[in-house]
Design a protein around this ligand. Structure first.
Ligand code: ATP
Length: 205
């Protein structure tokens, strides 16, 4: 498995300010991403998931995103936003199938939570359940936007362990946006700073 981004950035007028990004990830690899607030990290993940127009190309096993229907692409390239969307009343309605109890227990989520109304979930429960919901679809690539932002340290560590285990056992690639230097260290040694595109300033000076 090979996941590639080639010169990806936002289209003019998209609001993003990052220099075009190229990267390659193989099966089982985890890459962390960091950079200034507002530079476009979330928009970069959305581009990789084919959720927003962008320049450059994204390829999975050599096949361009442009050649695959968006819904098929997103089955293989799973995106978990910082603030997950919940559209039905009950948690279980958002799951394509029953998640393994081992995943729930690893994240300290009681199985009964699946039968709970979404409005009763805490912010951290939503965040953990959004990850489980994405994992159930068995993506080859997992794009995570600050997935531990609302979690205490213990739950954050458990979530890291679950994602690492998933990447290894399913030979999936993971891109994880994190502002936390300690967290990035726990996730491994591949890290990429998203930098500002200074092309226009450079041309003016
Ligand atoms: N739908 C949109 N239309 C226009 N501009 C947008 C849209 N979504 C985001 N932006 C802008 O794009 C820029 C990048 O936003 P993004 O959320 O990707 O930044 P970020 O690097 O993830 O920030 P943070 O670290 O604060 O989460 C911001 O200036 C934001 O206002």
């Amino acid at each position: 498995m090979l996941f590639e981004a080639r010169n990806v950035t936002g289209e003019p007028g998209s609001g993003v300010r990052y220099r075009p990004v190229s990267l390659q990830l193989e099966a089982g690899e985890i890459l962390t991403i960091y950079g200034q607030s507002g530079i476009g990290k979330s928009q970069f993940l959305r581009a990789l998931a084919d959720l927003t127009p962008h320049t450059g190309d994204v390829l999975l096993d050599g096949v361009s995103q442009t050649k695959i229907r968006p819904e098929n692409w997103r089955q293989q390239v799973g995106y978990v936003p910082a603030e997950s969307g919940w559209w039905a009343d009950v948690v279980a309605q958002h799951f394509s199938e029953q998640p393994p109890e081992a995943w729930l227990s690893m994240l300290s989520l009681a199985p009964e939570l699946l039968d709970a109304p979404v409005e009763r979930l805490s912010t951290g429960e939503r965040q953990r359940l959004a990850l489980v919901r994405a994992l159930v679809l068995q993506p080859k690539v997992l794009l995570l936007d600050e997935p531990t932002a609302n979690l205490d340290q213990r739950n954050a560590q458990k979530l890291i362990e679950l994602v690492k285990t998933y990447a290894q056992s399913e030979q999936a690639a993971v891109i994880w946006v994190s502002h936390d230097v300690d967290e990035r260290a726990l996730l491994g040694n591949r890290s990429l700073e998203i930098c500002a595109d200074t092309t226009h300033q450079a041309h003016r000076s």
